[in-house]
Design a protein around this ligand. Sequence first.
Ligand SMILES: N[C@@H](CCC(=O)NCCCC(=O)O)C(=O)O
Length: 279
Amino acid sequence: MNTTNSPDTPCYPLIGISACSQHSDGEHPIFTFGEKYSRAVSEGAGGLPVAIPALGAGLPLQQLVERLDGLLLTGSPSNIEPHHYRDEGSEPGTAHDPKRDATTLPLIRAAVAAGVPVLGICRGFQEMNVAMGGTLYQKLHTTGRFREHREDKTTTLDQRYTTGHDIRIQPGGRLAQIWPQSETVYVNSLHEQGVRDLAPGLRVEAVAEDGLVEAFSLIDAPAFTLAVQWHPEWQWHPCHDVGDFPFYRALLGAFGEACAQRARARGVSRQANGMASPQ
Ligand SMILES: N[C@@H](CCC(=O)NCCCC(=O)O)C(=O)O
């Protein structure tokens, strides 16, 4: 990213990154996301990353989405509370993050309606389905219908984020446009939950060999709206020599281009109103 300011400095799209709610030192409530997500936004999508704290109803959503050029929904070990998709309670001890749910679910609906490009990753993928009215399997491995989609926690981080399974990209969709090179692609897999019923208005973009939905888009969304169950942001993990994943780069690149388009459009309309272009 060019960090100098001159009249020729490009206008980087402002991309919000959803944060989780946690406690630092067990006492202070904090909002967090991994550095790899920030780098995926700045280096992969060419955007200016900004944190979206999990403030729930305390966030003026309409004002927020009007300022954003993109929204990246991160992964998280925590699971969406099942009442959001009309299911019974989860097993005792399941990690949840009600503050994040209260933020991301309405934020997704507001962003889609405002034409903000959205990319959902893993928990973010599941949030997009739930926000639009879909449901989840709480534990894929207990259904007897699917292969193992969880990571092997006894292996190294590199192994966990490079081991997975093939997906099949559906012809004619958004993902096939982004990645026309091959219909089958190998992706990582680190989740226990998955799509049960796809929300109305969503289109399957990729499936695993066992039939599980691995990617979807919104059919009538005014802007780029894609969600993936795997972790393309691994490409930008700062602490590891992760190698090169052209498929992951292509995904973030396409998202970044959609965000840049929105930034340009917002700049044009500001000039038309006699306002300065966004910096
Ligand atoms: N908890 C959900 C979603 C899994 C997920 O998003 N994992 C991410 C792990 C941390 C990271 O890489 O950001 C499930 O288990 O299905």
